[in-house]
Ligand binder design. Structure first.
Ligand code: HEM
Length: 329
């Protein structure tokens, strides 16, 4: 039957010499949002298609003296106000924070620059990504979707993981529940190119390192954790003594892969501390405030440029699809 459909499409194409319009003839980025929405049991009107549950807070970023040597970007020269959104994975708006599917956690940071523009960092709590291209990521998500409710052995997702070692590594990487989002390290995953005032360029990946240290719950404590324990805790902490992270850049060695988010660079790579993120203010009515905001890893500023990583380059289009749908409700 499928062959027949394809054959008739090809035939029609030959006759009209125009591109056939198929129901699923959508850009991969839109198909990714569709599958994320299906996997979350959505659409959940007004919410993000991924990282739907979140909490926003505010604070500032203070650069180190070394930061200007790496990049001429304005926030690496002078202290800058920041808006931050922490999030749980998936498009499920009320997912319990300790649920296995709520990992990786997310942190989105918006630096509000002196000239009125902004630049963002959008990172997760795992170092690495399951796919090197948007097409492969869609393959993984669709395999998860199509395995649900199927008794096939091996399942489609097992078959996918069997032939995609990076995806297997990502899904089997332990993702323990943190004591607090203030004790959770985050990773930029995608590389960027940083250029300083003398024109010297380096490739690097962000690491966001909690000053309180990485601390995780025991298995028993994870099972007993309240559904909103992380989101409530982070708001309490910023209203109290505040929360701090070091923003660190892991530098690529000359042979390192900068365009493939599945290839994690070794811990032995040189790092530069770029500055300290201090979060000390909750955002009033975070739920309403987060809706009209789209964090964008390619909202950059002079002194920071994207790598050619296809995952990085696909993200803004996928986010814009999700954003457009969110605003329509
Ligand atoms: C092709 C790969 C990816 C796709 C299709 C994708 C998809 C999405 C979508 C649809 C959203 C919702 C955006 C919005 O509505 O505003 C989102 C949010 C997010 N993504 Fe991705 N993503 C991808 C890769 C990544 C990577 C590599 C990272 C981190 C290194 C990441 C971290 C996040 C975070 C933290 C958020 C929440 C942002 C916020 O708080 O507003 N994503 N993603």
């Amino acid at each position: 039957m499928k062959t027949k459909v394809i054959a008739s499409v090809l035939f029609a194409t030959a006759l009209t010499a125009t591109k056939p319009v198929l129901a699923d003839d959508k850009p991969v980025t839109e198909q990714l949002v569709d599958t994320l929405t299906t996997l979350s049991g959505g659409p959940h009107a007004g919410f993000r298609a991924n990282h739907a549950k979140g909490e926003m807070v505010e604070g500032s970023f203070t650069p180190t003296a070394q930061a200007a040597g790496v990049s001429k970007a304005a926030h690496f020269q002078k202290a800058t106000p920041v808006l931050v959104r922490f999030s749980d994975a998936t498009g499920v708006p009320n997912i319990p924070d300790a649920d296995g599917n709520a990992f990786p956690k997310g942190i989105a940071i918006r630096f509000q620059l002196p000239d009125g523009t902004a630049t963002d960092i959008v990172s997760i709590s795992v170092n690495g990504f399951p796919a090197a291209t948007p097409e492969d990521f869609l393959g993984l998500l669709n395999a998860v979707r199509d395995s649900q409710g199927s008794t096939a052995k091996p399942s489609l997702v097992e078959q996918f993981l069997g032939t995609h070692p990076a995806a297997l590594k990502f899904v089997t990487t332990p993702k323990p529940a943190p004591v607090s989002l203030a004790t959770q390290p985050f990773f930029g995953v995608n590389a960027f190119e940083f250029t300083n005032a003398s024109g010297k360029s380096v490739f690097g990946r962000y690491q966001i390192v909690p000053v309180a240290g990485a601390q995780y719950l025991s298995k028993e404590a994870t099972e007993k954790a309240a559904p909103d324990y992380l989101m409530n805790d982070i708001v309490e902490r910023v209203k109290g003594q505040g929360v701090q992270y070091k923003l660190v850049l892991q530098l690529a060695d000359s042979g390192d892969e900068v365009n493939n988010a599945t290839v994690v660079w070794p811990d032995s790579r040189k790092t530069v501390e770029l500055g300290t993120l201090t979060l000390n203010k909750a955002v009033a009515d975070s739920k309403a405030a987060e809706k009209p905001i789209m964090f964008n890893p390619l909202q950059l500023t002079d002194g920071i440029a994207p790598s050619k990583d296809p995952i990085l380059l696909a993200r803004p289009t996928a986010y814009a699809v999700s954003f457009g749908r969110r605003l329509a409700h």
